[in-house]
Design a protein around this ligand. Structure first.
Ligand code: GLY
Ligand code: MN
Ligand code: MN
Length: 429
C-alpha cells in the first residue's frame, strides 16, 4: 500500500457500530468490487468497494466479509475471506495478503480463503433468518453493468427465496456519513497532497501549454506524495471549456488571456479530496475575470458559514442560489427587474449556475448521504459555488472541503490559495 497503515481499531469499531444496528438472527455479507475488464488480458486498476473497506480495511480483490453477530459459534460471528495466496501467485502477482496479515489489517480473527466461502455460507443460511445484503443506492447511479454485491443478491434470493432479505445500504449511510477523527485526518491528508499539486501548477502553467500537461503536473504530485491517484477524473478546462461542467478531455491548449478551471483531488488511503481552483493562464486576471471571480469567492466564503448542524444540503443550495443571483445582478448579467418578471420554474440564475453547491465526501468523492437530512457535526461536505458565462468564455468554480462541527464550520482545504492577489503572486514566482 502507498499509505501509512490505519489503526485496525478503526475497522473494528466500524463493524461494532454496524452490527449494533442488526436485528434477530442476522447474517450480513459484503463483497469487494469486481476487477473491471478492459481488453485482452487486462483489467482496469482495482479500487476497493467502499463499504467493505470501511468495515475491514482490506484493499484486495475477491474479499468477502461475513458477519453473524448472534451466532452461537464465536468463530462464525465475524469471518473475512481473502484470495488464496501461494508461491505461484507470489511469483506472478507479488505478495497477496496472508491470513496473518489480513487479520492484522482488519482486526478480524477468523480468516479463510475465498474459495471456501460457499461452505460457510450454506451453514450460516440454515441458522440465519434475516440476511443483510449490500447495494449501491446512490441516487444518480445508473450504470447497467451489475456489480458483485448485486449479482450475489440475485443469486442468493433465487436459492433461498423464503429468507427475510434486508438492506445494508441505509445502515452504512448512517455510519459513513459521520466521519471519525481518523477519517478526517485521511481527508486532510488527501487535501494536503492536493495542495502540493496546485502549487506545482501555479509554478508550471504558461500560455500554450496543453491542459493534459497541467494534468500531468497534478498527477506527478499525487504519485510522489503517496496518493493512490485521482479521487475522480480531473477536470482541467481552459477558455470555453471552463463552462463545460463535466469536461474531462483535457486536450485543449491553455491560451493567453483565458481562465483555467481545475477540479481535482487526490485519493489517499481511499479517502478523497475534491477541490476546484480557477486561475488565469498568463498569471493575471483581467478586470472582468477578476470581478466575476470575486463574486464567486464572496458567495463561497459566506456559504461555508451556512454549513452548520440542522440545515440540509437542499436548503443550503437554495440560499446559495439566492446569493449567486444577487452577484449576477451586480455583474450585469440581468437586472433586479428581470428577476421580478422571471418564470419561477426557470429562474434566470440557472443560465449561469446550474449545479448544486455541496455534496458529502469521504471514501467516495460523492459520498453517502441524503440532501434532505439535517447536517450533523462530523460530516464533511464540499462548498462549490460557480458561475459560467458562456458568451464571455468565463467559467469559475471555487471548491473546498468543509467539516461540519458544533461550532463554526472548518475548512479542511483552507491552505490551498484562493485569493486573487495570492494566486497572482504565486504565479509570478
Ligand atoms: N469533482 C466532482 C464534484 O465537484 O462534484
Ligand atoms: Mn469537484
Ligand atoms: Mn465536488
Amino acid at each position: 500500500m502507498r499509505y501509512d497503515p490505519i489503526d485496525p481499531g478503526f475497522f473494528t469499531a466500524n463493524r461494532k457500530n454496524y452490527i449494533s444496528k442488526l436485528e434477530g438472527k442476522s447474517l450480513a455479507i459484503f463483497h469487494s468490487n469486481d476487477e473491471f475488464p478492459r481488453n485482452g488480458d487486462q483489467n482496469f486498476p482495482f479500487r476497493q468497494q467502499s463499504d467493505l473497506f470501511y468495515l475491514s480495511g482490506i484493499d484486495q480483490e475477491e474479499t468477502i466479509l461475513l458477519m453473524a453477530p448472534g451466532h452461537p459459534n464465536i468463530d462464525f460471528r465475524e469471518i473475512l475471506f481473502v484470495k488464496e495466496t501461494s508461491e505461484q501467485i507470489a511469483i506472478w502477482e507479488g505478495q497477496k495478503l496472508t491470513k496473518e496479515k489480513a487479520a492484522q489489517v482488519s482486526g478480524i480473527k477468523a480468516i479463510h480463503w475465498t474459495k471456501d466461502f460457499d461452505l460457510f455460507l450454506k451453514d450460516l443460511m440454515v441458522w440465519a433468518s434475516k440476511i443483510y445484503l449490500n447495494s449501491n443506492e446512490y441516487p444518480k447511479y445508473n450504470n447497467p453493468v451489475p456489480y458483485k454485491d448485486l449479482r450475489f443478491a440475485n443469486e442468493l434470493k433465487e436459492q433461498y427465496p423464503t429468507h427475510d432479505f434486508q438492506r445494508s445500504a441505509p445502515l452504512m449511510m448512517e455510519l459513513r456519513k459521520i466521519k471519525s477523527d481518523i477519517e478526517i485526518n485521511l481527508i486532510k491528508k488527501a487535501g494536503e497532497i492536493t495542495a502540493k499539486a496546485f502549487e506545482r501548477v501555479l509554478k508550471a502553467l504558461k500560455p500554450g501549454m496543453p491542459e493534459y500537461h497541467v494534468q500531468a503536473e497534478i498527477e506527478y504530485a499525487f504519485a510522489i506524495n503517496g496518493a493512490n491517484g485521482n479521487a475522480y477524473r480531473p477536470i482541467i478546462a481552459s477558455g470555453a471549456n471552463t463552462c463545460v461542467l463535466h469536461y474531462v478531455d483535457n486536450d485543449s491548449i491553455c491560451n493567453d488571456g483565458d481562465l483555467l478551471l481545475m477540479d481535482f483531488g487526490a485519493e489517499y488511503a481511499n479517502y478523497a479530496a475534491d477541490i476546484t481552483r480557477t486561475i488565469p493562464v498568463n498569471g493575471r486576471f483581467t478586470k472582468r475575470q477578476k470581478e466575476c471571480y470575486e463574486s464567486v469567492l464572496r458567495v463561497h466564503d459566506k456559504a461555508i458559514q451556512l454549513l452548520v448542524p440542522g440545515t440540509t444540503i437542499d436548503a443550503f443550495n437554495k440560499e446559495v442560489n439566492k446569493m449567486m443571483e444577487e452577484e449576477m445582478i451586480g455583474l450585469g448579467l440581468f437586472s433586479k427587474n428581470d428577476v421580478e418578471k422571471q418564470d419561477a420554474k426557470k429562474p434566470l440564475y440557472m443560465k449561469y449556475f446550474m449545479h448544486g453547491t455541496s455534496h458529502p465526501i469521504g471514501l467516495d468523492v460523492h459520498d453517502v448521504g441524503s440532501k434532505y437530512n439535517p447536517l450533523q457535526a462530523g460530516m464533511v461536505l464540499t462548498c462549490e459555488p460557480g458561475l459560467y458565462i458562456r458568451e464571455e468564455n468565463i467559467g469559475i468554480r471555487i471548491e473546498n472541503n468543509i467539516l461540519v462541527t458544533k461550532d463554526r464550520p472548518v475548512n479542511l482545504t483552507e491552505q490551498i490559495p484562493v485569493e486573487v492577489e495570492e494566486i497572482e503572486r504565486m504565479m509570478r514566482r
